[in-house]
Design a protein around this ligand. Structure first.
Ligand code: FAD
Length: 371
């Protein structure tokens, strides 16, 4: 059976690991950190993946995850609008979800190698050679790149999107506060927006996308929150009244939403490594899961027999990925330009107030259908 190496154990990597192991491929997944761990993410998971996750046993059953069916948005000066969500979702921390999936992958037969960062991948005579930062060498017939928004490998592969600016940062806190548990809110501030949503264990996720230059200017995350985020009265109230669960937030630096190449040097990219949707759409997690489904199905169809065709596999994956995600990513990029400034966020709010049908249409276009 083919040996498949997966670089990165987030949602895209882990869902592929579970499914491909169940299909009897030999799966080796490398994760640079050790489970369980926290990562920057708004932790609102769209219901478009609910049927799939339940069908495949990919969700923990020992928690009561808050169901989210309302959406609130506020402009910088505090004007706000609340509306129902057409599809809705639920709050679940990555600490819980990724760890559950890693255990599921192990039980399905995948080998999970933690604390191992892959820094080089070479394609030689129809085989891959992978090297870790500490010098170990591994071999595989197929490689999936699921290492997230940015990483050492992007530089090694000289990926095209690195020729452009990477102006964004992401910051995540877990908090305890008095806030509705069926609502996801998105509060604008100059240069970004901050989401709040309930997760398991009576906690809330408070996560924002901001500008690197603002962090640099402020000197620290705390100062940036004081100077930039708290201008919005909703955020001021949340930051000043919440109990912060962890001493420090989780931070990710320097990424962009530029289109990326789906296949590089025969490495099949999945999740954020293939294309990152703007977080305001609230479905990067769902897309990572869906892209893992598409990729694992395509591998099963094209690489199960001895006589297999790498080119055919790559072409089929490209066609499916483009048909499923290309438009969504484009709409996400365009929608993002209406957020994160005083005037544009106020204008976006006014348009949504006056034309709820348009707001619904945009929302629909940034989401997929249950599969
Ligand atoms: C501020 C912000 C808020 C967001 N909010 C939401 C939200 O509310 N809802 C939603 O659906 N989406 C949200 N997203 C998007 C979502 O977090 C991502 O789309 C999702 O995590 C993608 O999953 P992934 O598996 O592709 O990557 P990741 O989850 O990032 O996983 C990649 C993994 O690869 C590992 N890794 C990296 N390099 C290497 C290496 N060289 N070797 C080995 N391992 C490596 C990393 O440690 C990591 O565990 C948000 C994103 C941001 C930035």
């Amino acid at each position: 059976m083919k040996k498949i190496a997966i670089i990165g154990g987030g949602l895209a990597g882990l869902v592929s690991a579970v499914r491909l192991s169940r299909m009897n491929f030999e799966v080796l997944l490398f994760e640079k950190r050790q489970y369980p761990f926290h990562k920057v993410c708004g932790e609102y998971l769209s219901n478009e993946v609910l049927d799939f996750m339940n069908r495949e046993g990919l969700l923990p059953t020992n928690y009561d995850f808050p169901q989210i069916n309302k959406f609130q948005i506020s402009a910088l000066a505090g004007q706000s609008l609340t509306m129902p969500l057409d599809l809705g979702g639920f709050g679940i921390s990555r600490f819980v979800l990724d760890d559950f999936l890693a255990n599921n992958a192990r039980e399905s037969g995948a080998q999970i190698i933690e604390n191992t960062s892959i820094s080089e991948v070479a394609f030689i005579e129809n085989q891959f050679e992978l090297k870790s930062i500490s010098g170990e060498v591994y071999h595989a017939d197929l490689v999936i790149g699921a290492y997230g928004k940015n990483g050492v490998l992007d530089k090694k592969l000289e990926r095209n999107h690195l020729n452009y600016e990477a102006p964004f940062i992401g910051v995540k806190h877990h908090i305890k506060t008095d806030f509705p548990r069926d609502l996801v809110a998105l509060h604008n501030f100059e240069g970004g927006y901050c989401g709040i949503v309930a997760i398991e264990n009576d906690q809330f996720n408070l996560c924002y996308l901001g500008r690197r230059e603002d962090l640099k200017r402020a000197g620290s995350v705390e100062e940036m929150e004081a100077q930039v985020l708290k201008v919005n009265p909703f955020l001021k109230s949340i930051f000043e009244n919440a109990e912060f669960v962890h001493e420090k937030p989780v931070v990710i630096n320097a990424f962009s939403f530029r289109p990326k190449k789906l296949i590089e040097n025969h490495i099949l990219m999945s999740g954020d490594t293939a294309g990152l949707i703007t977080p305001l759409c609230g479905n990067g997690m769902a897309m990572a899961i869906h892209s893992a489904k598409i990729l694992s199905d395509t591998i099963a169809e094209h690489a199960s027999s001895e006589q297999w065709d790498r080119q055919g596999l790559e072409a089929a994956y490209t066609a499916r990925w483009n048909a499923t995600f290309k438009r969504r990513l484009w709409v996400g990029r365009k929608t993002q330009s209406f957020f994160g400034s005083k005037w544009s966020s106020k204008a976006a709010l006014l348009v949504m107030q006056r034309s709820p049908w348009l707001a619904k249409k945009i929302m629909k276009n940034t989401h997929g259908k249950p599969f």
